[in-house]
Ligand binder design. Structure first.
Ligand SMILES: Nc1ncnc2c1ncn2[C@@H]1O[C@H](COP(=O)(O)OP(=O)(O)O)[C@@H](O)[C@H]1O
Ligand SMILES: [Mg+2]
Length: 446
């Protein structure tokens, strides 16, 4: 099958790699100092809404560290506790080689009923070698975790964290990890939106990357309008490039972040070529982008070049790895583009199906399944409740699939595995790639 193990490895590598630096980032020494101070307490929470510069701050900070850093960018798929802990172990394995090999078998199969033994083994491994330097574990985008099982095992990790393991969590919201207890004991460092806001000097520096001779009063007005919100400033900087009348532009946007973002996205998007705009919209169904995957989704053959063009123009993408050419859209852009794309649901469905097909060809059923799942969650598939947060929890509530097999999907997808969820998830993939939901999937009994 076309490059299956490497693609799997590359996808994992994109989650374990500290996001790439790029020229023009404004240094934020004051925040690095706060992080250092927080780190002495062993646990740091960086909590602020999207686009406040959490990931940039942390990635720039850890780049300058001598201590080994295990980085994991979480995504929705990490709500599966097996996957979550395998990924945490893979991240730790980069700085403590061998740890994944020794501890991962505890993740099954069969999947354990609870993860305390696995987490205990992980803790023992990290604590076992007191002469080795400590490890810093960074979990970015923790707000994407909603699974109780993952939260419970993460709580266990924090409660029994050895001094050799320090943890930084970046999240849009406060995670339900009992942090008040650590705060009360002075064992929690915190960086919040109010800290992350760009002050006037920082805002002026960011804007001057774009127009060197920008008047300080304009920078001050934009810093005020965006309330120091990093992505708002970045968007304003991008828009400024093409504004004939800067003062008028600055005066025109006011109001909430969402408004500013919509306004500026419109500004930025509407100035792109039609084909590039279509490309951005169509590929917004993807969590991660590569030339080959985008070609499969859009039916084009020039996606690699377009991705590079988007990257060069500093528009919407964050590069995920240096070697193989993977990117992702900034989450906020992706959200806006998807909302727009969903105005034509049939088109969106086709694109998701194309994406699922590509992942299927790479023998990555988990990824394939997430595409229809995300649409299903958003749009309500027949008989499935919108409150269901993951495929696993839906599986637990549903009846067996209506057909025992499918000739078009790889046979290995239908081998009964321990636990119903795994098997059912393969059925979802089958439903996506081979036909409508209703043919392969029965409605949950309610
Ligand atoms: N220090 C910085 N210098 C310049 N731009 C920044 C900086 N921090 C953030 N940004 C801009 O804000 C955007 C959002 O930052 P990011 O760290 O991804 O936010 P978050 O993780 O809070 O959602 C970045 O893509 C970048 O354009
Ligand atoms: Mg982030």
């Amino acid at each position: 099958m076309e490059g299956s193990p490497p693609e799997r490895d590359v996808l994992l590598a994109t989650k374990l790699q500290v996001p790439r630096s790029r020229p023009g980032l404004v240094p934020r020494r004051r925040l690095a100092d706060r992080l250092e101070e927080g780190l002495n307490r062993g646990l740091v929470l960086v909590a602020a809404p999207a686009g406040y510069g959490k990931s940039v701050l942390l990635s720039e900070w850890v780049r300058g560290m001598t201590e080994p850093v295990a980085w994991l960018s979480l995504d929705g798929g990490d709500n599966d506790p097996v996957r979550f802990w395998r990924h945490v172990l893979a991240a730790l394995d980069k700085v403590r080689p061998g740890i994944a090999g020794r501890v991962s078998p505890l993740a099954g199969p069969p999947a354990p009923p609870a993860y305390d033994s696995l987490v205990s083994a992980l803790i023992n491994e990290v604590a076992a070698e007191p002469d080795q330097p400590g490890v810093l574990l960074v979990l970015d985008d923790y707000h994407l975790i909603s699974s109780d099982s993952v939260q419970a095992s993460a709580r266990f990790l924090l409660a029994h964290r050895p001094p050799q393991l320090r943890v930084v969590l970046a999240s849009r919201s406060d995670p339900p990890l009992g942090l008040a207890r650590y705060r009360g004991r002075g064992e929690l460092g915190e960086v919040r939106a109010a800290d992350l806001r760009f002050n006037l000097d920082e805002a002026a520096e960011l804007l001057r990357q774009v127009s060197a001779d920008l008047d300080l009063s304009i920078a001050a007005a934009l810093a005020e309008r965006t309330e120091g919100w990093a992505v708002g400033l970045q968007l304003a900087a991008l828009s400024l490039r093409t504004q004939p009348d800067v003062a008028r532009f600055v005066a025109a946007f006011t109001g909430s972040h969402r408004y500013v973002l919509d306004y500026l996205t419109e500004e930025v998007l509407s100035r792109q070529r039609q084909d590039l705009r279509d490309f951005l919209l169509e590929t917004s169904v993807l969590d991660r982008l590569s030339g080959s995957l985008c070609n499969a989704v859009t039916g084009r053959d020039d996606s690699q070049g377009l991705l590079e063009e988007v990257d060069r123009s500093g528009l919407f993408v964050v590069q995920l790895d240096d070697v193989r050419g993977w990117w992702r859209y900034h989450h906020l852009f992706a959200g806006l583009l998807r909302t727009r794309l969903e105005q034509d649901p049939e088109h969106a469905r086709r694109l998701h199906r194309n994406a699922a097909g590509w992942y299927q060809r790479q023998d990555l059923p988990d990824e394939a399944i997430r595409h229809p799942w995300r649409r299903a969650k958003r749009n309500g598939p027949p008989g499935w409740s919108k409150s269901t947060s993951t495929p696993s929890s839906a599986c637990a509530a549903s009846r067996p699939p209506s057909r025992p097999g499918c000739r078009r999907c790889p046979r290995t997808w239908f081998v009964p595995a321990p636990g119903c969820c795994w098997l059912r998830r393969k059925w979802q993939a089958c439903a996506v790639t081979c036909g409508p939901w209703s043919r392969c999937w029965k409605r949950p009994s309610s």
